[in-house]
Design a protein around this ligand. Sequence first.
Ligand code: HDE
Length: 704
Amino acid sequence: MAKTQKSSIQSTAKFADAEVFVGAGGETHLPETGGQAVLTTQQGVPIADDQNSLKIGPRGPTALEDFHLREKLFHFDHERIPERVVHARGYGAHGYFENYASQKHITSADLFQRKGEKTPLFVRISTVAGSKGSPDLARDVRGFAIKFYTQQGNWDLVGNNVPVFFIQDAIKFPDLIHAVKPEPNSDFPQAQTAHDNFWDFISLTPESMHMVMWIMSDRTIPRSLRFIEGFGVHTFRFVNAAGKSTFVKFHWKPKLGLQSVIWNEAVKINGADPDFHRRDLWDAIQSGSFPEWELGVQLISEKFIEKFAFDILDPTKLIPEEDVPIHPLGRIVLDRCVDNFFAETESVAFCTQNIVPGIDFSNDPLLQGRNFSYLDTQLKRLGGPNFTHIPINAPKCAVNTLQQDGHMAIKNPVGRVNYEPNSWGPAAGPAESPEKGFHSYPAEEGGLKQRGRPASFTDHYSQARQFYSSQTTVEQTHIADALVFELSKVQTLKIRIRMVSHLLNIDSSLAEKVASGLRLAELPVPADANTPVRTNLKPSPALSIQQNGPATFGGRTVGVLVTDGIDAVLLQNLAKAIKNEGATMKLIAPEVGGIKSADGSVFAANEKLEGGPSVLFDAVVLLVTEDGAARLSNRPAARDFIADAMAHQKFIGYVDSAADLIKNVIGKDTLDDGFFPIRGQGDCKEFLIRCRGLRFWDRADLTW
Ligand code: HDE
């Protein structure tokens, strides 16, 4: 006979007389006397039994009148809202913008008027192609969207961690995204550009070549969301109170510097911890180590526009910082994680058309298309026109509209006035204000109605070449390796060849390297270029990650592999040196319960060896006894720990008793300078100083 589950009526009954207060927003508060809140339905009816549905007899049919079961399943069935068509996987946090100085000479935007003033903001950082559950280390552009809750309305700066885009015209966006997403018949590959459809579209779209260089670079496999740059991509306008407009490009740079991982590492991180980036951001903020960026603008003068070889309205082009330096505006600090992922990160609705007085659009055709598109997306995802009533989207200044009703209308007008003009006097309702209101910059526009692109948009290779030539040798190798990897996944030979024909216009040595990596029988002829490629653009060191190292190991993590019997004092010294550098230590041990040092102290581990591979850390230390090393030598995870740290060019600290194990694993008798012997307290500090280089690039003769 089937067992029926025991009713929980007794366990909940003891709370039945507890007082529960329900706030205006529906939130429940525990009674001041303490005790647990009583579970209720959405209608507020207290629940007596949440373990069993209502049945006719213990083995009988379920009664239709079971409103609690019906409501619970109904709500559960509707828990998901459509994921974002692009940027589905993302992670959000709250923070503030702190303004350095008044910028009233260039913009009347309220948040830039007063020195030291803080404006609350919400940031969401995302990948583009993957679904909501895709891994964090996919090779992809990172979306970097910021909602500033200013006193004159919400300003959404919806940018990326790459300053240019694939396409020049919004009309191509659905094609681009269709091509990159899983192929429609097979529904794979997930979160990958490495497939035929993507490279087919790209190789038929020469305007994407500059962006191709960026996505094949290490920019698209960041080590942490805290170590990426942000860009507004399009040219915008600043407008001051006198109505003077200046074209601007937004940049924001991480305080802890730029850093990426290596592709082989990214692939392994995805397996070891698919949530690597979100966990890292969460942990950093929760531990009080608040990520910070400096927001600035390039102010683009008319004189510069005249001599610039490209069009400032073309989103496939950037303006090198060396030509137009970044004017700092203030800092962005993320200091609070969300309370509820769905209510905040999933429900936040960014719209490029959300701008405030003092900021305006340019005619960049991609931006113009976006301004139209984002509202549609929000309507579909959030289910109605009232998504600004959701707290994460609600402005933090006065909102007085004459709009009404619709799905989930939560903030409703009071009184009789819902139209304008009216005769009921100023107290009865809001009215427009020519003095305080938003004025579009009165740019003079005209011309024939036509479909087409300006001649100034036709040079697709020169800046791709400039980007490539601005990279270090290691970075150039990574770009070539990435292209070989991706194109090797493309099964159609003519697509591979077509891509190499574009690379020949960018850099012949790159094209040759890729052709040889693909074992092409011969080099194709270069693709037709609309405009002769400019070979005289100066390299821009600001475009390289490695040339802009942070000179700190702060914010990074050292994985220390330990075994029983080690010197506790040495471990404590190491811990101190890591802390002093602003970095974090994680202990990895054969068992998660930890280890007992020689003096009998017990150290709990953060990870069991098999769950804490070296790919999760920026540098590693092997703090093991001879016995411990002997036991580890047969453990695959220990061997991988060492071999991967070596292959990923990490700094590796070690005690003498680990030397033989290391040599055995890497198959060499001598250790290169990326290995650092740790014998005493001073060595711990020195090791951390070495780690400021982040990686031992001299070991980079390894290729995959
Ligand atoms: Fe987006 N984009 N996009 N985009 N985009 C969306 O809006 C779109 C473009 C960017 O964290 C969608 O709410 C069109 C460029 C970010 O919630 C959608 C075009 C840049 C985010 C949409 C572009 C971006 C989005 C999907 C070409 C870099 C994530 C969900 C005309 C400057 C925001 C949503 C978040 C999200 C449309 C091009 C950045 C579908 C039509 C260029 C960071 O509306």
